[in-house]
Write a protein that binds this ligand. Sequence first.
Ligand code: AMP
Length: 280
Amino acid sequence: MIPVIKSIKEVREYVKAWRKDGKSIGLVPTMGYLHEGHKSLIVRAAAENDCVIVSDFVNPTQFGPNEDFETYPRDIEKDAALCEAAGASIIFNPEPEEMYVNALTTVSVDKITKVLCGKSRPTHFDGVCTVVSKLFNIASPDRAYFGQKDAQQLCVIRKMARDLNFDIEIISCPIVREADGLAKSSRNTYLDEKERKAALCLSRSLAIGRTMIENGEHDAAAVKAAIRDEIEKEPLAKVDYVELVDTENLEAVRDCSGGILAAVAVYIGKTRLIDNFIID
Ligand code: AMP
């Protein structure tokens, strides 16, 4: 069975031994409760590297005070089986006390963390950047794999890696969806049957927006309005945001002709879900 490692020291020992043998290392940071989306990242990392570390850590510092840290689903045994089948070498599954001992340091990326999810989750990206920096330092990978599902996170991590000179290739992997279009997410388990159906308004509304742009609509306001209208037809849905932004700097666009990220965050009952598409 794949080793599930609790200590930073032990991960470093693996890394040291692999480096001594000239092996390349891929890192896949996750919060666990793994599904096919995570699996696609691990499979790709295994194809592109000799050794793969999957971190499986529900990071307390990226949750706000009224968010779901306590109830976030966890199942390390199931995760271990998925990681092994996907070709990972080890799982790093620390307790919060192993990661944060009287820590006083935060890694914070400005500007691009203040928009989209950063507006309703003001401390979220500081938590993400700090834990990902720590994982980069612990695993010292050649490549790190992130899903486009969290498009803003990917943009922020890329910027952080550039700004702090992490010599790590940041690799983006496409969104994996359920057969009916819902983006796979560990949080989908919170949805009851009615909410699960209602959650389809995210992918459905984005498909409408995408078709408009592909058919030549340039006006971002018109595309945003169409996406919002479709979501608002669903009684169980409450829009957090619908935005069309530049893929590089995440600034709102008025014209849809350049590289565009269309992103939505929607509450379905109490569950906050996100989805997006990118047009290059
Ligand atoms: P999480 O465990 O939700 O923090 O996600 C860990 C990594 O898996 C992040 O880079 C996510 O973007 C990625 N991920 C989560 N869901 C999906 C999905 N449906 N498709 C592709 N990547 C995903």
